[in-house]
Ligand binder design. Structure first.
Ligand code: C2O
Ligand code: CU
Ligand code: CU
Length: 521
């Protein structure tokens, strides 16, 4: 693993200024390096490719009417066998990790009532959703435990819109078909809560997409990839400063850069195997790790590699093929893999070129059935005119956001945006509704940056000769910045007015203040 400049500076102590950075070579900063420190599990690591890939269950609406589908979820602790032979207490939506998959129809309202039976307050955020601020899961809009229990945390949490025991979130779903995910978002404690299991898929469908004849049913598979570590009793290991998650926020100082695990999970199973027919499959890939970046590959690779059909914000205009896909925390890639060129019995490993040893492997596909020749993927997937026509010249304002480590809280280093710690009362940008702005994001070390509410278009990256990457195509809501990189994004604020957050999606950075407010006015 390469060291970030920040780590080098810290390691070199007082000699920071004199450190000859050039000697490390420029390749350091051109790789999307994982920012974080790995935990070591206290159990024997589970064997690879023995467990079948679990598919999260689909949540049925409790009722539907002309305009709306209503869902209910209970957040609770439950024992789950993640590592064979041991049980882990997960905090799950409906007691499962990943949570159940919710499906919405574009244009139909989705209402989800969450009841909190966990011992701590929670907040639900639907990542990628367009909804009004009171339903976006603002970090201090707490849902207090149904069984009673305090607010937890610090005084800077005051002022939120507090609910007792349960809260109903409303999503108008006036947005394109896309792969969203819901996860906990409580102020200062998102990292440990997601680590314990509070994450699930939420898929939006529409007619445009269904007309394409993409692989569906058993051949449309969500893949939630994340790393974890385990204690000797099977529980999740996490270096929280306070294990109750009600007192001091954040992690032990040596994990300030982020928490990595040594077990790779897909849909909650370690290094699983998925049996496929020799045909095409659609995979909705999400990196739900706290701090781990992935660079996915296939070995042996099919002719077309990954055929990317969608990004964070839904289908691309036409497919783009990649040999490997860098996927940072919270990003989604919607891909088709064509297994028709393999023989029965072939095994294809999904690799992670950003990881070492065990973490260099993710899961395996095993070809077990013949299948008729697959339908080709259409050359035109979606009408992306709104995306293509969005031009730099439309922007009236340029704003700069610098992601760095320039502050302190309670004597501990903290992550900052423009040198400032998150403050719920400070608005850092007030874009006008429907206006277009260029946001210039710069980063040290690497940070995956996420904007709530408004999808964006990547305009340029200085580490790629000012061009976007091939994997930046389509609407994005999260962009991974390499160390020392400046990227420019074009954002159209055509959404509900109000206050939303932008933040780093390295969850330890987020919990340690790397968040800011913008208000659409
Ligand atoms: Cu996926 Cu503000 O988060
Ligand atoms: Cu979000
Ligand atoms: Cu960060």
């Amino acid at each position: 693993m390469t060291l970030s400049r920040r780590t080098l500076l810290r390691a070199s102590g007082g000699l920071a200024i004199a450190l000859p950075l050039v000697s490390t070579g420029c390749s350091l900063s051109d790789r999307s390096t994982t920012t974080g420190k790995s935990l070591e599990s206290a159990i024997n690591l589970p064997a690879k490719y023995e467990r079948a890939l679990p598919i999260p269950k689909k949540l049925r609406p409790v009722r539907s009417d002309d305009t709306t589908d209503y869902f209910e979820i209970v957040q609770r602790a439950e024992q789950q066998e993640i590592v064979p032979g041991t049980t882990t207490s997960v905090w799950g939506y409906d007691g499962t990790f990943p949570g159940p998959t919710i499906e919405s129809r574009s244009g139909r309202r989705t209402v989800v009532r969450h009841r909190n039976e966990l011992p701590v307050p929670t907040v639900v955020h639907l990542h990628g959703a367009r909804t009004s601020p009171e339903h976006d899961g603002y970090p201090i809009d707490l849902v207090l435990p149904a069984g009673g229990g305090g607010h937890g945390g610090h005084s800077h949490m005051a002022g939120g819109d507090i609910s007792e025991g349960q809260r109903t979130y409303v999503y108008p779903m006036r947005q394109r078909a896309s792969t969203l995910w819901y996860h906990d978002h409580r102020m200062d404690f998102t990292g440990p809560a997601v680590w314990r299991g509070l994450a699930g898929f939420h898929i939006v469908r529409d007619d445009e997409e269904e007309a394409l004849g993409l692989p569906s049913g058993d051949r449309e598979v969500p893949l939630m990839i994340c790393d974890r570590a385990f204690e000797s009793d099977g529980s999740f290991k996490y270096p929280a400063r306070d294990d109750s998650l009600m007192g001091d926020p954040g992690v032990e100082e040596e994990y300030l850069d982020g928490v990595l695990g040594d077990v790779m999970l897909v849909n909650g199973a370690p290094w699983p195997v998925f049996e496929v027919a020799a045909t095409t499959y659609r995979f909705r890939i999400l990196n739900a790790s706290n701090a781990r970046r992935l660079e996915l590959g296939l070995d042996p690779a099919p002719d077309d590699g990954f055929i990317q059909i969608g990004s964070d914000g839904g289908l691309l205009g036409s497919p783009v093929t990649h040999d490997s896909i860098p996927i940072a925390q919270a990003e989604r890639f919607d891909v088709v893999i064509d297994f028709s060129g393999y023989d029965l019995g072939d095994e294809i490993t999904m690799t992670n070129d950003a990881g070492d040893d065990d973490m260099a492997e993710v899961m395996r596909f095993r070809v077990v059935r013949k299948a008729p020749k697959p339908e080709p993927i259409p050359d035109t997937l979606a009408d992306l005119r709104a995306y293509e026509e969005l031009k730099e010249a439309d922007a009236e304002v340029t704003r700069k956001f610098d992601f760095d480590q320039d502050g302190e809280r309670d004597g501990m280093d903290m992550w900052t945006i423009n040198g400032k710690l998150f403050d719920v009362d400070r608005i850092d940008a007030k874009p006008a509704r429907d206006s277009v702005e260029i946001w210039e994001l710069s980063s040290d070390p690497a940070h995956p940056i996420h904007l709530h509410q408004v999808p964006f278009k990547v305009l340029s990256r200085n580490k790629n000769d000012d061009e976007p990457l091939a994997t930046d195509a389509g609407w994005k809501d999260t962009i991974d910045l390499k160390e020392g990189e400046t990227a420019r994004i074009l954002v159209k604020f055509d959404s509900y007015p109000g206050k939303y957050v932008l933040h780093c999606h390295n969850l330890e950075h987020e919990d340690m203040a790397m968040m800011a407010n913008f208000e659409i006015v």
